[in-house]
Design a protein around this ligand. Structure first.
Ligand code: EPU
Length: 441
């Protein structure tokens, strides 16, 4: 894997010669998918943990790193700020931040990655100073940062805005504080936690996010010598330490969203897929709904199997909520499954305001979905039709791939640069369980 690979914008990628080409997936659907897929490491744990390496000068080897474009961009951001970043092409990366001295994040790369604002907390902890581009709007909704900044202020930081759309966060000396998040935020919890680990004294953070990826970040920081307790609950207690240390290996947790996507493929195609090396505990609410949809779910310590059953049943209501509620990142895939049920389901998106951005594309494939007062009313149809469709973001993109896998005939899914941000070689993974799918320029 190269770490400087060009990354696409607006649905396009740069080919080897520097030219633009629109890549797409050609999917001949209607085949039941059967087999086993091994889960990759979680994107949303890998990204902040890579950023957290800034806090621990020295070499850290991270295992189970997914080969996705977001991870490559985070690697490149760290490299441009002075770190050594070496991907081995076999799922590991060695990051050495000994010589990372830059406090200003590179604009062009950071703007490609919503998660890159997460480096602010790590830069603050390391240097007491961070200058990071304000995140812009995003295709799934507003990406507000008010609680990130309020949380930093509670640790003694001063916030300013610099020319060029940068926010500056500075602290002569970070000191422990207390902050209650008005609403649960994964990114703000991670960011303030990273800033607090090297602050002087005790920090209490309340109403924090309980996502497994937040817990994984806390566990990683503790492995570096931090003193964090309460991860996985709504309250974190962080006792500041003088320094963090590196020179160890750490394995990222399995990706629950990737797992859920592949399991939904079994249900929607009437197939039978086992995802191995995953953690069923992370997906309890989602699996309950899949069971309610009439699908046979079997779990073991580290695997989940879904046997697709007909008919797919309506499930009443799904409301996306912070963990352990129903994950917003599995909303598009699940709604797509329900579009083939034999009744009506209601899907309410409470986390992001624009996450029904794919419904028009799904309608073009024959789905009967209407948005009424912020709720998607999904009236099941007996079949989806093949069509050319465009992925508007990562999860919506994977949902459209699921729709194409279920639809009779040949569909084309473009907007792959989004899907590639979160799914490693999605076409190879689906082909390995029997899909007729290929990537073409
Ligand atoms: N919010 C605020 N103020 C803040 C921070 C957030 O109002 O200061 C709002 C956001 O605008 C949003 C909601 O709170 O409406 C939730 O945002 P959160 O901070 O929890 O999300 P995030 O950290 O931006 C992460 C994941 C998303 C995932 C959400 C929710 C990463 C890199 N991203 O985003 O993942 O959907 O948590 O679980 O961890 C994806 O992987 O495709 C993806 C979008």
């Amino acid at each position: 894997m190269t770490i400087c690979e060009p990354v696409c914008e607006s649905g396009q990628s740069l080919n080897e010669n520097g030219g633009n080409e629109v890549t797409r997936l050609i999917i001949n659907g209607g085949k039941p998918l059967r087999g086993e897929i091994a889960a990759n490491g979680a994107k949303n744990a890998a990204l902040p943990i890579m950023a957290a390496c800034i806090l621990a000068p020295g070499k850290v080897k991270l295992n189970r790193i997914p080969d996705i474009s977001d991870v490559r961009i985070m690697g490149e951001i760290l490299r441009q700020m002075g770190a050594e970043v070496c991907f081995d092409g076999k799922g590991s990366v060695v990051i050495d931040t000994t010589n990372l001295s830059e406090t200003k994040a590179p604009y062009r790369l950071v703007k490609k990655l919503n998660a890159s604002f997460d480096i602010t907390g790590a830069l603050l902890g390391r240097h007491g100073d961070a200058s990071v581009p304000l995140p812009g709007g995003c295709v799934i909704g507003t990406r507000a940062i008010d609680m990130h900044l309020e949380g930093f202020k509670s640790l003694g930081c001063v916030i300013g805005q610099e020319p060029g759309g940068f926010v500056s966060v500075k602290a002569n000396k970070l000191s422990g504080g207390r902050y209650h998040f008005a609403k649960t935020s994964v990114g703000a919890t991670k960011n303030v936690m990273m800033a607090a680990v090297l602050a002087k004294g005790k920090t209490i953070l309340e109403n924090v996010a309980r996502e497994p990826e937040v817990v994984d970040l806390a566990d990683f920081l503790n492995a570096c010598g931090a003193n964090i307790t309460g991860q996985g609950t709504t309250k974190l207690e962080i006792h500041g330490v003088k320094e963090l240390h590196a020179d160890f290996e750490y394995s990222i947790i399995p990706d629950r969203i990737e797992t859920g996507t592949y399991l939904t493929a079994a249900a929607i195609t009437g197939g039978d897929i086992t995802v191995s090396g995953t953690n069923p505990e992370f997906l309890k609410t989602f699996l309950r709904k899949i069971g309610k949809a009439g699908q046979k779910v079997t779990t073991g310590n580290d695997f989940i199997r879904v046997e697709g059953m007909k008919p797919i049943l309506p499930v009443g209501a799904i409301i996306t909520e912070p963990h352990p509620g129903f994950p917003t990142d599995l909303q598009p895939q699940t709604l797509t499954l329900l579009s083939l049920s034999n009744g009506t389901s209601y899907v309410r998106e409470k986390i992001f305001d624009m996450r029904f951005n794919y419904i028009n594309e799904l309608r073009r494939m024959g789905a009967n979905v209407e948005i009424e007062g912020g709720t998607a009313v999904v009236r099941g149809v007996s079949r989806l039709l093949s069509a050319p469709v465009d992925a508007p973001d990562i999860r919506a993109g994977s949902a459209l791939v699921l729709a194409a896998l279920a639809a009779e005939g040949v569909s084309e899914v473009s907007g792959l640069c989004y899907i590639d941000r979160g799914y490693e070689k999605i076409e190879d993974r689906f082909a390995s369980v029997g899909a007729d799918i290929r990537r073409v320029p």
